[in-house]
Design a protein around this ligand. Structure first.
Ligand code: HEC
Ligand code: HEC
Length: 48
């Protein structure tokens, strides 16, 4: 899944934006240069 699909839901939530881990790489993340799943894998555990 491309990053922009993740960012449709997570791009504006503070829990995403406030992560120190993300701040350094935010530019790369928004340009698909680093895939979310390189760190988040599996991504979503099935939600009930
Ligand atoms: C349709 C909307 C939607 C999309 C698309 C989406 N997510 Fe989520 N994501 C959610 C919701 C809702 C939660 C649960 C609410 C919360 O914990 O904030 C969540 C939770 C998470 C969590 C926290 C899980 C945890 O255990 O607390 C991570 C990490 C995550 N998503 C990463 C991603 C990644 C990476 C992608 C793209 C591959 C992605 N999400 C795509 C809606 C979405
Ligand atoms: C360099 C590794 C890395 C990349 C790449 C990365 N993340 Fe994260 N992310 C983390 C770490 C570390 C945390 C904090 C630890 C945790 O909560 O699992 C985190 C936390 C989150 C959370 C909050 C989870 C919570 O419990 O509230 C969300 C949502 C999330 N990431 C989404 C994304 C999305 C969407 C992308 C791609 C646009 C992405 N991440 C790319 C490392 C990364």
């Amino acid at each position: 899944m491309p990053n922009r699909d993740c960012l449709k839901c997570h791009g504006e939530v503070t829990s995403f934006l406030e992560q120190e881990e993300h701040k350094d790489i935010l530019k790369e993340l928004t340009h698909d240069e680093i895939v979310c799943s390189s760190c988040h894998n599996p991504i979503h555990v099935e939600q009930e």
